[in-house]
Design a protein around this ligand. Structure first.
Ligand code: FES
Length: 109
């Protein structure tokens, strides 16, 4: 599995969420209260808007376009019948935060 560097720990000193466009995907890196990180698809399941550009209250992100809501920990869509947002493998190497862009539950894993 190949990982690419998307950010450093320092990028999260003043924010807990950042999103990146990688190979046509919108990938969010999210920092938990305990300092750990995870990576998640943040392209809305409706029309692929970046849900991190909408409203975030606690762990609920509301898409800026048509207000679909997602649980940022589980990826579950909270107000529509939809597949959940997928996680991506993430690893920390020193200060670098690296993500593998194939989803964790990819059929080839
Ligand atoms: S694109 Fe997100 S709700 Fe429509």
């Amino acid at each position: 599995m190949s990982y690419i560097k998307l950010a450093t720990r320092k990028d999260f000193e003043h924010t807990r969420i950042r999103s990146f466009a990688v190979m046509g995907k919108k990938i969010g890196i999210i920092k938990r209260d305990d300092g750990s990180f995870y990576a998640m698809d943040v392209g809305c399941k409706h029309q692929n808007a970046d849900i991190t550009k909408g409203t975030i209250e606690g762990n609920v992100a509301t898409c800026p376009r048509h207000q679909w809501q997602y649980d940022l920990e589980t990826g579950e869509c909270l107000n529509h019948d939809s597949l959940p947002l997928k996680r991506f493998p993430l690893k920390i190497e020193g200060e670098d935060i690296k993500v593998a862009v194939l989803p964790v539950n990819n059929i080839f894993d």
